[in-house]
Design a protein around this ligand. Structure first.
Ligand code: ADP
Ligand code: TRP
Length: 318
């Protein structure tokens, strides 16, 4: 186990999970983890979420939900290290060290910062700094592979730059350069309005919502009334059914948007049924998640502390 390449991901407990998160981040990740070829780390990045979630009850509830979700989508708790970022102090410590070797103009080129600036938003220092904490998350564990959506590609580049810069300044190969992994075909899952599905756009189909939520979301998918094929419906449909079958279905029911949406509801229900069942099972016994997070914390602390000893020696504080 010790010598396997490291696969790692982090997800923010900052909102209900949607199928964009599932197809863009969780599913590709689980598939890689299930090959058995990796030492796998899954992190609930609660300190990243603190930039937006500033309600303790919500934070607490969502941390558990994310942990449960990862187990529900098929990760084996005996094979992976699942933990809360905040439970492992090395993350914020290393982020500070990266802050010290990174310039403001460099971070000002980050898309997330530029977007916020363009919208005249007053962003928090933590949001500006977000890529440094993410770099720490990844680099502490000698990560080889980080599966992310296209929107996180730049964060991986920043992580690589930061690793290289650190190694160069302190003349030691302390950090391994990670690779991003973007699954082809499902790069950006569209939402009910055709834009990128995102909790901040209110256009999501929830992963663990009720049947009524699902019906409401699918029925609200914006269709172009001039065409015969509702592109926004099709784009989501092809995630859960083969394009050959869809070709036939969409030809047969050409122009009948309501029927096509009903098929989509059925197919989404069927596709997610096993995941939802597992999620319900985990919800009914809280202790499983507690145990998994506790074991993950111990393991992640041990691995990251060894790396931090090397870092502190390299920079000359130890
Ligand atoms: P949101 O956009 O809803 O705020 P996050 O930024 O929390 O979602 O994203 C969590 C993970 O899910 C990231 O890895 C991100 O790349 C992925 N992701 C989010 N939305 C989508 C989408 N519409 N399509 C593909 N991947 C997505
Ligand atoms: N930036 C990721 C997101 O968009 C969250 C994240 C934080 C992450 N640290 C990470 C992803 C480390 C992968 C690896 O939600």
């Amino acid at each position: 186990m010790a010598n396997k390449p490291v696969l790692l991901t982090g997800i923010q407990p900052s909102g209900d999970l949607h199928i964009g998160n599932y197809f863009g981040a969780m599913k590709p990740f689980v598939e890689l983890a299930q090959t058995g070829g990796y030492q796998t780390y899954v992190m609930v990045v609660d300190y990243h979420a603190l930039n937006t979630v500033q309600d303790s009850d919500q934070m607490r509830r969502r941390i558990r939900e994310i942990a449960m979700a990862y187990l529900a989508v098929g990760l084996d708790p005996n094979e992976i290290i699942l933990f809360q970022q905040s439970a492992v102090p090395a993350h914020t410590e290393l982020a500070w060290i990266f802050d010290a070797i990174t310039t403001m103009p460099y971070l000002m080129r980050a898309h997330a910062f530029k977007d916020a600036e363009a919208k005249n938003k007053e962003i928090s220092v933590g949001t500006f700094n977000y890529p440094m904490l993410m770099a720490a998350d990844i680099l502490l564990y000698d990560t080889t592979l980080v599966p992310v959506g296209k929107d996180n590609k730049q964060h991986i580049e920043i992580t690589r730059d930061t690793a290289e810069k650190f190694n160069r300044i302190f003349k030691e190969e302390v950090f391994t350069l990670p690779e991003g992994h973007i699954q082809s075909g499902v790069e950006i899952v569209p939402g009910t309005d055709g834009q990128k599905m995102s909790k901040s756009y209110g256009n999501v189909i929830q992963l663990f919502g009720s049947h009524d939520d699902l019906v409401k979301a699918v029925m609200s998918i914006v269709t172009d009334s001039s065409g015969e094929r509702p592109q926004n419906v099709y784009a989501i449909h092809k995630l859960v059914r083969s394009e050959e079958e869809l070709e036939q279905m969409y030809t047969e029911h050409k122009g009948n948007y309501k029927v096509l949406k009903e098929f989509l509801i059925e197919d989404l229900d069927r596709y997610f049924a096993p995941i939802r069942a597992k999620h319900e099972e985990l919800k009914s016994d809280d202790s499983i998640v507690d145990l998994v997070l506790e074991a993950g914390k111990r393991e992640a602390r041990a691995v990251s502390e060894t790396k931090m000893e090397q870092v502190r020696r390299a920079i000359g504080v130890a």
